[in-house]
Design a protein around this ligand. Structure first.
Ligand code: GLU
Length: 411
């Protein structure tokens, strides 16, 4: 199986082909601008020394400052961070926010660290990448296993050296210059994305059966919003396992259960389902909202959904994508589907730089506008090039980034 970066580049190649892009542009557009690898040494609570490796890859900044999350996971490596940084470049272009693309990560299992150790690690990382980040240079945000708390530490550490700088990171707590609506933004963006896709097909969310892999910030919010819209969430899962109820899960009760036990597993009135089985369960919309590369050549033929809503980054391998296209399964690609997070990050950054605050309604209305407009633009290219939604989304992103690059000029 190809690595994450190769998968992204193979998707990009399809967009280059439909756009008939000159070879020199390809190299320019897929090569990251800057890659930082840092050694992080911290003192652990028991007095021993902890060594970690962190990365920040800045892919492209022709449309604006580099932008993208920071993840903490044992599988983080340069290949994955490169791929995710590139995806951010196309994502910010698809939803038309004035940023480029970047991503960071630390190879660590955050569950093995105390809060104090996590704080030390985050501050150490911030120090190590300080030369390359800034409110007009590169703006990190939460990603897998990082959250508003982690962003508070980054903001604080950066501000020690540069003075009060809330716009250096987004996804901060609302009480510390974060934006209303940022927490729910990626899930809400996913909701708008599937709503628009269904609308074009003459369908609605009511009664649609969803299976969601991952019940973290994105999957959890999406499940809640879908439930409120009258859709049926029939299966959800987390790292410990999953739960199924064909009549639809009572999501508020699932949330209560998670608050009490720390997992969806064991929720009364449900049947257990494994993370693997969830992917091939009978449903209308399958939502991978956790790890990358979970839909592969091995399980793609067994997927029974009509739509795949990519709430996670890079959940589908190139081979699985070909199988879905062949089978007429519509894949709503990550660079559009999960772009709600960075949309509201843009609004948070705008509020910080303008020293103002927006109401939640203002944020949500603006998010909806970005998602609806992006959907229209993607569909237009899909019709023009007679291609998949993914290729159209990449083509839209590439076209916008190439135009900005051309307008700025080389040299
Ligand atoms: N980590 C999120 C993503 O992958 C959000 C990035 C951001 O807000 O900068 O899109």
């Amino acid at each position: 199986m190809a690595g994450a970066y190769e998968t992204t580049n193979r998707y990009l190649q399809l967009a280059f082909d439909v756009l008939r892009l000159d070879h020199s542009y390809k190299t320019l557009l897929w090569t990251p601008s800057r890659e930082l690898r840092v050694e992080l040494v911290i003192q652990m609570d028991d007095g021993t020394i902890g060594n970690y490796i962190g990365y920040r890859v800045q892919h492209d900044d022709s449309r604006g400052p580099f932008k993208g999350g920071l993840r903490y996971h044992p599988d983080v490596d340069l290949d994955e961070v490169r791929s995710l940084a590139s995806l951010m470049t196309w994502k910010t272009a698809v939803v038309n926010v004035p940023f480029g693309g970047a991503k960071g990560g630390i190879q660590v299992d955050p569950n093995q660290l105390s809060q104090r150790e996590l704080q030390r690690l985050t501050r150490c990382f911030t120090q190590s990448v300080m030369i390359a980040i800034g409110p007009d240079l590169d703006i990190p945000a939460p990603d897998m296993n990082t959250n508003a708390r982690v962003m508070s530490w980054m903001f604080d550490e950066y501000s020690k050296y540069h003075g009060f700088s809330p716009a250096v990171v987004t996804g901060k707590p609302v009480d510390l210059h974060g934006s209303l609506g940022r927490d729910a933004a990626t899930g809400r963006g996913c909701l708008f994305a599937i709503r628009e896709v269904l609308h074009l097909a003459g369908a609605t969310l009511t009664g649609m059966r969803f299976a969601i892999q991952g019940f973290g910030n994105v999957g959890g919010w999406l499940a809640k919003l879908l439930f409120e819209q009258g859709a049926k969430v029939i299966a959800v899962s987390d790292v410990k396992g999953g739960i199924f109820n064909g009549d639809g899960l009572d999501i508020p009760r699932v949330n209560d259960h998670v608050a009490e036990t720390g997992s969806v597993v064991g929720m009364p009135g449900t049947e257990p389902i494994s993370n693997e089985a969830l992917l091939t369960t009978d449903c209308d919309v399958l939502v991978p909202a956790a790890l990358g590369h979970v839909l592969t050549q091995q399980n793609a033929r067994d997927v029974r959904a009509k739509y795949i809503l990519e709430a996670a980054n890079g959940p589908t391998t190139f081979e699985a994508d070909e199988i879905f296209n062949e089978r007429g399964i519509v894949c709503i690609p990550d660079i559009y589907a999960n772009a709600g997070g960075v949309c509201v990050s843009y609004m948070e950054w705008t509020q910080n730089t303008q020293k103002t605050t927006w109401s939640e309604e203002q944020v949500n209305t603006s998010l909806e506008r970005h998602m609806v407009d992006a959907h229209r633009a993607v569909v237009k290219l899909q019709e023009e090039f007679r291609c998949s939604m993914r290729t159209a989304a990449f083509a839209l992103g590439v076209r916008r980034v190439k135009n900005a690059t051309d307008l700025r000029g080389l040299g």
